[in-house]
Design a protein around this ligand. Structure first.
Ligand code: GLC
Length: 642
């Protein structure tokens, strides 16, 4: 596999020089401080200065003040100011703030919330994804933030995985087609480069083997983070943070190949996966991180751990930290116990378990990214051009999100020309997810696990609100009793599907505690449970089939709209519906659904993942079976109206 090309070797040399000069003046405490990333709830600005902290993050749903852009800017301004104080004991090194802006800056109230990645995969439009990256970056900058933990480049191979919706596709080719585009969209167009191929070999920072440097951010760019390295979407039975059993050839073909375009595009950071490869934790995997990513592929940015990612590596925390640092991880997401991390790593260095050269490499990479993204040269967050921005949640971004919704929907069934609906017809809109902007956004929206209801998703439109805007004789009946009203209507739109979830809480598997992920207070062992034990919608949410059946049995043609983070087994619901639309997790702009239901635009989407049927997974454990016996619709399936 070829390494990545270099970016303007002259610029790489300048970055090396500036970083090298600063590094030479740093103490061990200052270098380890740069490698430390606490969560905002557990560190004050004064401590950022005192401990020379390199980065702070918001876990999903960890939001300052009233959670408006101005509150985020004020928070970031305080952290930045503390990090830039210079005196005998402290060097001015700007702190880098990171968030999960994975489908818009969706933590923040009023943000434009784009379809989650699985819907974008159905759209099959890399150029659209780049535009979404640019809009997302602007709304991240509006909050005074410089770094997003996106894109997820997972290749989801099993819909039982709770993070399937964060994957663009089960097809590595489609993920690869998006990877470079989203990286460029997020980081901006300033990626001037001279294509040269470094050979295999050294892993030194800023200059991969032959000068592979770091791109600069565009004026509206933020630092991107390709994740989770590597194979997170390939675990057995889709268990989150589970084990990906694969030969190296399969791992490279299915899970590593999609990273190449992002690395070529100059993605500045990579996050390591909490999963394992053939039984070995990725966070301890020197071959995957130092030899392959940094050596063979020439990655010159920095590698960050995932949430407390070192913890499971050994019983002794110091030993675990040493394993992860020596494997090549440069920065550590240690939300609560960051002091313990600093102390443990300091001891491991002083005891000789971690060579000083590895610390220097880590700190040099972190400084290099901060120089490359212009962080040293930017004004404080409150004074930056885009801060608090008028672009946040703006009409232009919402129109883009609505375009993405239209392109993402997949038409699975349309009997007797049920669709498009007539705008003047009497349309009954019902179903648990019909008027619920929170549920249509899914996880990693305002809260880590997402929200239900409308009050925390200001702006945008629910699916009902989109229908109401174009069909004057439509009526909403989402609190039960729809069947009783059936006689008065010509057709019914029944919006069904999942409630929001994130990470292991979305897994489909036997009950049992889920290892916590981003920013939730662990409420005791077993508090966090998987979503359910089956992909069968009629078992997970029986009210959906009942709602469809109640109307269909009265002769009302039902248009079912499924809100879900993945394909679900829908044999029963499909049979009773005249038309069926997979809407995935469309985000804030639910009006895009009405655009297609009433024929403003034709359907465009095609399945990014094969759709299972009631036989899935086959008894022999083979999900689809050689002849596709477990598949209802193949990847690429999607009907058109015209
Ligand atoms: C989580 C996720 C990761 C996210 C991080 C910060 O555990 O695995 O994708 O970026 O924590 O929220």
């Amino acid at each position: 596999m070829k390494g990545i090309k270099s970016f303007r070797p002259d610029r790489a040399a300048r970055i090396r020089e500036r970083a090298g000069d600063l590094l030479a003046r740093m103490t061990l405490a200052q270098k380890i401080g740069q490698m430390t990333q606490p969560e905002r709830l557990h560190i004050a600005p004064a401590q950022v200065r005192e401990y020379h902290i390199g980065s702070v993050l918001s876990g999903g749903g960890s939001c300052p003040g009233r959670n408006r852009p101005a509150d985020w800017v004020a928070m970031n301004d305080a952290y930045w100011a503390a990090s830039m104080e210079e005196d005998a004991g402290h060097l001015a090194i700007p702190v880098l703030y990171g968030v999960d802006a994975i489908h818009g800056n969706a933590n923040v109230l009023g943000a434009t919330i784009f379809p989650h990645n699985i819907g974008l995969g159905a759209a099959g439009d890399p150029e659209l994804v780049e535009r979404i990256g640019r809009a997302t970056a602007r709304e991240v900058l509006a909050a005074g933030v410089d770094w997003t933990f996106a894109p997820t480049l997972a290749v989801a191979r099993d819909p039982r995985w709770g993070r399937s919706y964060e994957s663009y596709s089960e097809d590595p080719g489609l993920v690869a087609a998006y990877a470079g585009r989203i990286a460029r969209g997020l980081q901006g167009a300033g990626n001037g480069d001279d294509p040269r191929r470094p050979g295999p070999g050294s892993e030194s920072a800023h200059s991969g083997p032959n000068g592979a440097g770091l791109p600069q951010l565009g004026p509206d760019g933020v630092v991107a983070c390709a994740k989770h390295w590597v194979g997170d979407g390939g675990t057995s039975a889709g268990v989150d943070q589970g084990d990906t059993r694969a030969s190296e050839e399969e791992l490279r073909r299915l899970h590593i190949a999609p990273y190449m375009p992002a690395l070529e595009a100059g993605v500045l950071t990579v996050m390591v996966s909490l999963s394992s490869w053939n039984g070995e934790k990725c966070h301890a995997h020197r071959y995957l991180i130092r030899d392959l990513l940094k050596g063979e592929l020439g990655f010159a940015g920095f590698v960050i751990s995932d949430w407390n990612g070192a913890d499971p590596l050994a019983d002794d925390y110091g030993e675990a930290v040493a394993m992860a640092v020596n494997a090549g991880i440069d920065m550590f997401m240690v939300p609560e116990r960051w002091r313990e991390f600093i102390s443990a790593l300091t001891s491991q260095v002083e005891g000789g378990a971690v060579p000083m050269a590895r610390i220097d490499d880590a700190a040099r990479r972190i400084l290099g990214v901060k120089f490359a993204c212009g962080l040293f040269d930017r004004p404080r967050p409150a004074l930056r051009r885009g801060a608090g921005g008028r672009r946040f949640g703006c009409r232009e971004h919402r129109a883009l999100a609505r375009e993405a919704v239209r392109k993402s929907l997949v038409l699975l069934k349309n009997e007797n020309g049920t669709l498009p609906l007539d705008r003047d017809a009497r349309i009954l809109v019902t179903g648990r997810n019909a008027h619920d902007r929170g549920r249509q956004c899914g996880g990693f929206t305002v809260e880590w696990q997402g929200v239900s209801g409308n009050d925390r998703i200001p702006g945008g439109a629910s699916i009902w609100e989109g229908v109401r805007a174009v069909a004057p004789r439509a009526a909403l009946c989402d609190k039960g009793g729809a069947a009783a009203a059936a006689g008065d209507f010509d057709a019914a739109v029944v919006v069904i599907g999942e409630r929001p979830y994130a990470e292991g809480m979305g897994d489909i598997r036997a009950p049992g505690p889920v290892r916590p992920g981003a920013s939730h207070p662990p409420a005791g062992p077993g508090a966090l449970q998987p979503y359910g034990q089956t992909l069968e919608l009629a078992t997970l949410h029986p009210g959906d089939l009942a709602a469809i059946r109640g109307l269909a049995s009265r002769g009302i043609p039902v248009v079912a709209v499924l809100i879900s983070g993945r394909p679900l087994v829908i044999d029963a619901e499909l049979a009773e519906s005249a038309a069926f639309v997979a809407a995935w997790l469309p985000g804030s702009e639910g009006a895009g659904v009405a655009d297609l239901l009433f024929g403003d635009r034709d359907f465009h989407g095609r399945l990014p993942m094969a759709w299972p049927n009631a036989m899935w997974p086959l008894p022999n454990g083979d999900a689809a079976g050689s002849g596709g016996a477990g598949i209802l619709f193949p990847r690429g399936y999607g009907l058109r109206l015209g």
